[in-house]
Design a protein around this ligand. Structure first.
Ligand SMILES: [Zn+2]
Length: 397
């Protein structure tokens, strides 16, 4: 059966705070001066029923998954190979009750294994394998390692610690995809191909960022390897969103300054590529590098202050507002910074561990701020293109 592990209650401040929390998948045992909390390691029933699955699952391909599923299905009832099932006498001879028992056992086996294949129960933080442990202020409601992409996909419709994270960005991705298709299908005389191309950079960045984030939160419990791969894709998506947000803003702000526009756009592309490379560093996703991650993307985002100040000082504030959408840029930047603070400081769950396990945890709040900031930016760059269309091309004296 399952291996029982023990967790010393004296080592964990959260447990000391509320050691007898009934939500816990564990029990507290007092022996002499020592109080220990015992947890059963968290596994899905699929995993429990096939001990060697963890090794196979490392391959992570659909083909492998199908092989596993096939291995997992029970064999049909065993009948003698030369049995003529059309002949009632033969059936009688072999024994009707034996066939009935065999069929019944087969049906029961199929039902039990199908149920085990789709079922799992939420787990406590301390029962998760180490690679799934990220935020120790979120105590209960975790998915176990599901070992199957199909089961991970199905899990988006059930309630667990990642439900809010998945849907906040999945809906955001769908919304930006819809807005993008609507915007880019404007008739060409109103918007030039170049206008559409710079807006496409933003929509691609937004859709990739939100879509890859939703995918990461969906598949992170598949296996350690899949979790690591999707976390890298998630971080690459953030870099894409920041880069894609810069492109239209720089393009319209420095519309009439060709060289400045090219220099700033080139610098942004280089910085975007650098953050992607940093994100691919294998240890970047570890919990202890939470601040490094937040700082990396914050620094990239805040590098926009340089062209913003440049524009504001070389023009008037009134022009910065009317032509460069500066007020929207400030609002967008503030939303990103506030959201990142929630994420890095893990507010509010750090103050009330276990109270925001499912809803309103810091990561969901961060996601909502990201979607809001992206929409604010969309509004800002839409005003900029409207201004450009209304005043026409640059007037050089
Ligand atoms: Zn996320």
């Amino acid at each position: 059966m399952e291996e029982i592990t023990e967790y010393d209650i004296n080592l964990d401040s959260n447990l000391r705070r509320n050691p007898l929390d009934p939500e816990r998948n564990g029990r507290t045992i007092v022996t002499g001066d020592h109080r220990k909390e015992f947890y059963i390691p968290c596994t899905s029933s699929f995993e429990e029923s096939s001990g060697d699955l963890s090794d196979d699952s490392e391959d992570d391909s659909d083909d492998d998954e199908e092989e596993i599923q096939e291995d997992f299905l029970p064999l049909p009832p065993i009948l003698p190979p030369d049995l003529d099932v059309e002949d009632p006498l033969v059936i009688d001879d072999w024994g009707f009750s034996a066939i009935a028992t065999s069929v019944y056992q087969y049906a029961e086996d199929v039902l039990r294994k199908v149920w085990m294949n789709i079922s799992w129960t939420v787990c406590h933080f301390h029962t998760l394998p180490q690679w799934l442990q990220d935020n120790d202020y979120i105590l209960h409601g975790y998915r176990p390692p599901l070992q199957s992409f199909k089961r991970c996909l199905h899990s988006i419709f059930s309630v667990h610690t990642e439900t809010g994270n998945i849907w906040t960005h999945l809906l955001g991705c769908i919304a930006f995809f819809g807005v993008g298709v609507f915007f880019l299908s404007y008739p060409t005389p109103e918007l030039s191909h170049v206008d559409k191309a710079v807006f496409a950079a933003f929509f691609i960045g937004a859709c990739f960022c939100l879509g890859l984030s939703a995918a990461f939160h969906t598949f992170l419990c598949h296996s350690e390897k899949a979790g690591r791969l999707f976390s890298k894709l998630d971080y690459c998506g953030i870099s894409l969103l920041i880069t894609g947000s810069f492109v239209p803003w720089l393009y319209y702000s420095f519309y009439c300054n060709f060289y400045q526009k090219i220099v700033y756009l080139s610098v942004v592309l280089v910085l975007g590529l650098t953050t992607v490379i940093v994100s691919l560093w294998p240890r970047f996703g570890e919990p202890k590098f939470r601040f490094l991650r937040a700082g990396n993307f914050l620094a990239f985002g805040l590098s926009g202050l340089v062209p913003a100040f440049h524009y504001a000082f070389s023009n008037s504030w009134a022009l910065a507002v009317s032509q460069a959408g500066m007020q929207w840029l400030i609002l967008m930047g503030s939303l990103y910074v506030i959201g990142t603070m929630f994420y890095a400081l893990r507010i509010p769950e750090r103050f009330w561990p276990g109270k925001f396990d499912i809803w309103f945890q810091s990561h969901q709040i961060f996601h909502c701020f990201v979607v809001a900031a992206a929409f604010v930016h969309y509004h800002g760059i839409t005003e900029m293109v409207q201004y450009r269309v209304s005043v026409g091309e640059c007037q050089f004296l």
